[in-house]
Design a protein around this ligand. Structure first.
Ligand SMILES: Nc1nc2c(ncn2[C@@H]2O[C@H](COP(=O)(O)OP(=O)(O)OP(=O)(O)O)[C@@H](O)[C@H]2O)c(=O)[nH]1
Ligand SMILES: [Mg+2]
Length: 463
């Protein structure tokens, strides 16, 4: 059964619901159930028609609007009807059943988008962008998915592909004239330049993954420090809710606690952790191990201690985090307990020491009483993602793309090495083919059922 149908709006009651039907018989199948001024079979493409849906047994199910699209000018590239009915659960299900009784098949997850891909309406990166757009929770995610849907990533890859094809054809031309050694179509230094350019492009795409991944999954920010510093208080204040238990008993937080926050249209994952201290308690020790593991995974670390008990971060750890490319902020909490300057030499000294050592990355604040807006803005800047930036247009955010690009670059490295070793064009073009096919996997020029099944099974039904 080639004509598929599904409820495309979210499950549940709503103002309206949309049921999508696509395939060779989509228009006549809906037409059998439709009573309106004109029959849908004679309707012009891209028109909307008011009428009733009536079952074969004569039950009027609803008053609806049917949008009619004809191949190839529809999302799937096939004849399509979208039925907008009232969003009652009964009506939605009854219309769906009436369509199935009429010979339609219930669509699987992502089947409409899969058809759009198979019918050449979009390449695989654009099809994946549809799922990303549906899942977008922040402006940055939306911008990135929309750019990919509009072909931002595809066009970068097409450019690369074109360059690789030029390179391959130059080498192959040389092979054709292998007997005439005096003919040099593929000037080695020009080729080397071209390979260098392609390599730079591949590297740029590969390194955009860090940013793309952060946008898609949320930038991880770990709150770390000694017990009782006020880490859980900070998490709650940032989120504006009592997410973590706060108490003056050291060691209150035993496990990592994670929640998300949108700052300026970018998604952040804040992770509160078990306070650091020497302990014999087995469970607390496990919690502290998790604290270090959260630090390893974080992109930004908020190292927090209290002015009443300053405990600067040890140099070795600070260096390790920074070397790993993490942004570290030092937060001296409970500023409300700071005595006026001069009266409490200990507090002032601690603050001065931290400030001098850590330059602008130190905040003296009260998680309990102060506005955290300056800290939030500093965290946003540290993420180094400009939500409005056009650089998001060609940003890789999918592990599948990243993996294929790394393979493409590896193949290209072999070409570079081969050229340095003076290998013949024959061998070089084998590696070039590997590079081309890795890129072809991303856009879907080279694919198989397993890969497609894997991609589209993650979609929702109705898309
Ligand atoms: N005066 C003052 N007290 C604070 C401030 N922030 C936190 N506290 C208090 O400090 C105590 C410890 O706070 P928590 O947020 O539980 O500290 P924590 O770092 O999560 O502690 P552990 O989970 O044990 O590692 C609580 O009594 C808080 O009310 C602050 O800015 N000013
Ligand atoms: Mg805590």
């Amino acid at each position: 059964m080639n004509t598929i149908c599904a409820i495309s709006t979210p499950p549940g009651v709503g103002g309206i619901a949309v049921i999508r039907v696509s395939g060779d018989s989509a228009i006549p199948m809906v037409d059998c159930l439709f009573r309106g001024k004109v029959s849908l079979s004679s309707a012009m493409p891209n028109t909307i028609h008011y009428g009733e849906i009536v079952t074969r047994s004569g039950e009027v199910l609803d008053q609806v609007l049917c949008s009619v699209f004809r191949t190839p000018h529809s999302f799937t590239g096939e004849d399509t009807v979208e039925i907008a009915c009232h969003g009652s659960l009964y009506v939605q299900q009854a219309v769906l059943h009436a369509l199935i009784d009429n010979g339609c098949r219930q669509a699987g997850p992502g089947e409409f988008t899969k058809r759009a891909f198979l019918n050449g309406k979009m390449d695989l990166t654009e099809a994946e962008a549809v799922a990303d757009l549906i899942a977008a929770r922040s402006k940055a995610e939306k911008n990135m998915a929309l750019a990919q849907l509009k072909g931002g990533v595809s066009s970068e890859l097409q450019n690369l592909r074109q360059k690789l094809l030029t390179l391959t054809s130059l080498l192959e031309l040389e092979l054709d004239f292998a007997d005439h050694e005096e003919l040099e179509f593929a000037d080695r230094s020009e080729l080397a330049e071209l390979v260098k350019t392609i390599d730079a492009k591949l590297s740029a795409l590969i390194s955009s993954f860090r940013q793309g991944n952060a946008v898609k999954n949320g930038v991880p920010v770990a709150i770390i420090g000694p017990t009782n510093a006020g880490k859980s208080t900070l998490l709650n204040a940032l989120l504006g809710e009592e997410r973590a238990i706060v108490s003056d008993i050291p060691g209150t937080t035993r496990d990592t606690i994670e929640d998300t926050l949108n700052i300026n249209g970018l998604h952040f994952r804040f992770i509160d952790t078990a306070g650091l201290r020497e302990t014999d308690d087995t469970i607390e020790s496990i919690g502290i191990k998790r604290t270090f593991s959260a630090a390893e995974k974080a992109q930004i670390i908020l190292y927090m201690c209290s002015v009443t008990d300053p405990a600067p971060l040890d140099e070795t750890t600070a260096t390790r985090w920074k070397t790993a490319g993490k942004q570290v902020f030092y937060i001296l909490n409970k500023a409300d307990l700071c005595t006026p300057s001069g009266e409490s030499g200990q507090n002032d000294q601690a603050h001065a020491a931290l400030t001098n050592a850590q330059e602008n990355n130190t905040f003296l604040l009260s998680a309990k009483y102060d506005s955290l807006e300056p800290l939030k803005q500093a965290i946003y800047r540290a993420a180094n993602v400009d939500v409005e930036s056009p650089s998001l247009d060609a940003t890789i955010s999918s592990t599948r793309h990243y993996d294929a690009l790394v393979r493409a670059r590896e193949a290209l490295q072999h070409v570079r090495q081969g050229m340095r070793d003076g290998l013949s064009g024959e061998f070089l073009s084998l590696d070039l083919q590997d590079c081309l096919s890795a890129i072809g996997e991303i856009t879907g020029e080279i694919t198989n059922d397993e890969v497609l099944g894997n991609i589209f099974s993650k979609f929702c039904i109705g898309k």
